[in-house]
Structure formats: C-alpha cells, structure tokens
Design a protein around this ligand. Sequence first.
Ligand SMILES: NC(=O)c1ccc[n+]([C@@H]2O[C@H](COP(=O)([O-])OP(=O)(O)OC[C@H]3O[C@@H](n4cnc5c(N)ncnc54)[C@H](O)[C@@H]3O)[C@@H](O)[C@H]2O)c1
Length: 424
Amino acid sequence: MKLLNKIKYNKITIGVIGLGYVGLPLLKGFASQNLKIIGFDVDKKKIIKLKNRISYIKHIQLDSIRKNKKIIFTSDFQKISNVDLIILCLPTPLTKNKLPDLSFIKKTMLSIEKYLKPNQTISLESTTYPGTTREIIYPYLNKFKVGKNFFLVYSPEREDPGRKSILLRNIPKVLGGYSDRCKKIGKAFYKKFFKKVVVTKDLETAEFSKIFENIFRAVNISLVNEMKYLSEKMNINFNDVIKASSSKPFGFMPFYPGPGIGGHCIPIDPLYLSFKAKQKGLKAQLIETSFKVNYETTKRISNIINSKIKKRTKPKILIIGISYKKNIDDVRESPALKIIRDLKNKGFNVNYHDPFNKTLPKNRNFFAKMKSKNLNAKMLKKYDAVFICTDHDNIDYSLIYKNAKQIFDSRNVFKNLSEKIIRV
Ligand SMILES: NC(=O)c1ccc[n+]([C@@H]2O[C@H](COP(=O)([O-])OP(=O)(O)OC[C@H]3O[C@@H](n4cnc5c(N)ncnc54)[C@H](O)[C@@H]3O)[C@@H](O)[C@H]2O)c1
C-alpha cells in the first residue's frame, strides 16, 4: 500500500521517542485517534510506570489511555523498525558552558540508525537552532534517498504545560520538510491529530519560527520585569499600568511580571540562537540583554525581602509555589530554587508549600532535603513572612492573608495592597 494511503486508512504506527512533558501529551493525542503507538524512553523506571498507566508528571493524566491496547511502552529501540512516523521529543539543554547540547538527539540517532528502513519518516520536535535537522539528523540517513524513500521533517512542539483553556489539537502545528514530498507526508501524518498544519518553506524556517516564539517571550518577560521595577520605584502600581495599556486594541499584548524565567524553554532556547548567531559572526544583543535583566529580576527578590522583612534575626519564611509556573510540578530552572538558595545564604530559615511538589525534586540549581509543609492557620502564624513565588490555583490565599505576619507577593495575587503586603 502506498504511504499516503496507509496514512489515510490508519494503517500506520507512530513512535514517540522521549516521553516527557512534550512526548507524553503528544502520544496521548495520537492515541485518541485510534492509531497504533509505541512510546520509547531510555528511562526504564518511567517505562514501568507508563506500562501500568501511571503518570510520573502530575498534570498529565493517563485515564484516556488506561484501556488502550494499541499503545506499547518500551526501551527496546529494535521496535523502531515497526514504526512509520518516528517523533523525537528529546531534551535540548545547555552544556556547562551554556552551549547547545544536542547529545540526546545524537545518541538516539545512533541507537535507532540500524533499525531504520525505507518509507519511514523522522520528525524532530525538540526546540533547537535553525539548521539542526539538516546538520545533525540528516547525516545518519545516508543509506537512504531522503525525500524519495525516507522522509525528514521538523515540527516544533507548542505544548503549554498546565494550560487547560487550549486543547493541544487546536494549536496549529508548524512543519518544515527536507523536500516537498517530506512536507506532504509529514502534513498527512500530523493531520491525523492536529486540526491545522502550517507548512513552511523549509526545515530551517520551521526551526527558526519555534525559537523566535520563545525569544519573543524571553524578551517581553524581561521588558515587563524591568518596567515593573522602574514603576514601583516611582510609586506607580505596574498592574494598573498593564491594565491601561491593554485597552489598546492593536499593537500591544500584555505580559505579566514575576520572579524571573524558568522551565526547560525560555531560559535555554534563546541561547541556542545566540550560539548560531556567533557562528555566523553576529551578535544577538537583545537575547543577551534580556538574560541579564531576567537574572537580575530573580536576584533582586531575595535582596528586597532581606531589606524589608520586619524580623531581622534568623527570620522564618514560607515560600508558596516552587514550580516555574502555575499548576504544574516542573521545577527545572525555577526562580524559586534560586531564591530559596539566596535566602538561605542570607541566614533565613526557609520552608515551602507546593501541592505539586511534595518533596523538592533533584535539580541543578539548588538542592536540599526539603518537604512541602501543610498549609494551615497555626503553621502560618509561626512564620515571619510568606513569599508568593508561584501562584498555583489550588492554594487558599485568603487563609494566607488572614494568618501571615508579612507577605511578599511576586505574582500580584493580592490586588489591593495593605500594610502587610509588599509587592516584589
Ligand atoms: N516542556 C515544555 O513545556 C516544552 C514545550 C515546547 C517544546 N519543548 C521542547 O521539547 C523538547 C523536550 O522537552 P521536555 O520538556 O519534554 O523534556 P523532558 O525531559 O520532560 O522529556 C524528555 C524525555 O526524553 C527521555 N530521553 C532522554 N534521552 C533519551 C534517549 N536517548 N532515548 C529516548 N528517550 C530519551 C527522557 O528520559 C525524558 O523522559 C525540548 O527540546 C524542549 O525544549 C518543551
């Protein structure tokens, strides 16, 4: 059967490699279309859990695939030979020197290379610099005539963990291909789940579009954090400023200030482009400046808390929310961890409450054996201050307001300031 017909009549198997924050929701999405799916991960502990339909990520539920017998979870890459569309949802972190670390992609290509066969398609979904698919993945495919008997596409993930208001399948999916045929086949695959596929001229345009989206956020977050700092110094409530500016029906979109950037995307991806820019002898000045401003935003918070806390010796502080954003458990690059570290260094006794993180997960920025404290009136009264770092929805803020001695709020949870509340 011809490949496009196989896709049309659902005679295909989809393989997702890397079952994390991006891979798992995508796998669930394709599974909802009654397709055969194989989920691959090198982490055997995750595979055991997933085989038993136990999610290891709090906000990702597996109820919808509990009884789905068409899904297999495995660490055995030999099974790649049974897959038609191989989707790579692998980490793209930075090295210690803040350079792109593409080792996860390279290692995966090395392990699957020998199992690849004609008429398969590889799609890279990881965020990376323009040129990666062609420079890093294509060389592993030299036994094929790519574009003719093997297909290669780049289709970036736009997952926004924790956001329930937009369904994944309603988010248009950008896709670039090595050739026109790659684009046609890639689009047919993704149309099985996504409502709209936006096809770009080539691989690099799709790669650049994803990194541009993340740089857009990084720069705007830094802008809004800097503006907030300046306006607070002028005794102007910056939230009122945003509200007023947002009334403009064109040319403006609101971003909201916070304790700084976190997660696996915004603090990392822009540096992938500045790396590429340097390779071309160019300088990405806005990226570098936004990093500096965002870094200073996080640093400033512990300094403000230290200077404004009423209890001067060994103050006890409770941090609310340690994830990098609300309603998820992800603490990667979270500003909360840097703030906990800085406050401890300043002599604070620090605890936290986070319904999504019962214990402090291992991470590279700061680690100590810490457990989430249960929130109640009696315990709140024991703290000298509470710091609202991440504004998860399932937290009783009125309980905090009633019982905390002093509150530092970085998320504008408490709209009306009182003597007890300090915006940071
Ligand atoms: N997290 C997000 O919100 C988000 C959003 C859009 C794009 N992205 C991008 O998507 C990519 C993946 O991010 P993530 O947050 O899902 O990462 P993640 O760390 O949550 O998941 C990656 C998974 O890949 C597995 N893995 C590592 N090496 C492997 C290998 N050789 N073979 C098979 N599995 C392997 C890991 O065990 C892990 O389960 C990154 O490039 C990221 O920038 C992330």
